[in-house]
Design a protein. Structure first.
Length: 184
């Protein structure tokens, strides 16, 4: 190979390395979102293998904090808490505007007994996503089970705000249980 060929090869490598990959098309982004929604549906149905596959395919289309977070949820449900934590953190660090991973980290820390971290991440999640009824409900239950008597009003407040956002049966049951406990 002569010197001119080597220079051309190096220039080709340098030039190609300086260009970013083409951004996914609008139809690719729609497909990615559909795969993420499919993964969530499969996760809720307990079909972890198919959920994982959906999230993985979504990532092949382009970067997606939601898909990485979904993989973290799959790991969490399988009991692989170390991997779940890594993926939740990766999702948040990859897109600091994607705050759902904060709520997932809070729940993970609660389940694994790291209550100080759980409280910190619940507060961060509620502040970042004030209209997320799931985070508010989970935070209220966490405070009820791990808080002090001074936090009883905070529990009630968070539950009622969660219920105002969505009158979900689980939240209504939590409100009922709290009210019954207050009556005793």
């Amino acid at each position: 190979m002569n010197i001119q060929s080597v220079i051309m090869l190096l220039l080709t490598v340098l030039i190609n390395g300086c260009f970013s990959a083409t951004a996914p098309s609008a139809s690719d982004l729609i497909k990615q979102q559909t795969l993420i929604e499919q993964g969530v549906h499969r996760l809720r149905a307990g079909d972890f293998d198919q959920a994982e596959a959906s999230f993985r395919v979504a990532i092949t289309i382009g970067p997606s904090a939601a898909a990485v977070d979904g993989l973290g949820c799959v790991a969490f449900m399988r009991g692989d808490f170390a991997l779940a934590e890594k993926l939740f953190r990766q999702a948040y660090e990859g897109d600091s505007g994607y705050n759902e991973s904060l709520g997932n980290l809070a729940l993970l820390y609660e389940v694994t007994g790291r209550y100080d971290r759980a409280a910190k991440y619940y507060r961060m999640a509620v502040n970042a996503m004030p209209t997320n009824f799931r985070v508010r409900n989970n935070y209220a239950v966490f405070l009820d089970q791990n808080g002090t008597a001074l936090e009883r009003e905070k529990v009630k407040s968070e539950l009622l705000m969660a219920k105002a956002l969505l009158d979900h049966p689980a939240i209504s049951e939590n409100v009922r249980v709290l009210q019954k406990a207050e009556e005793q």
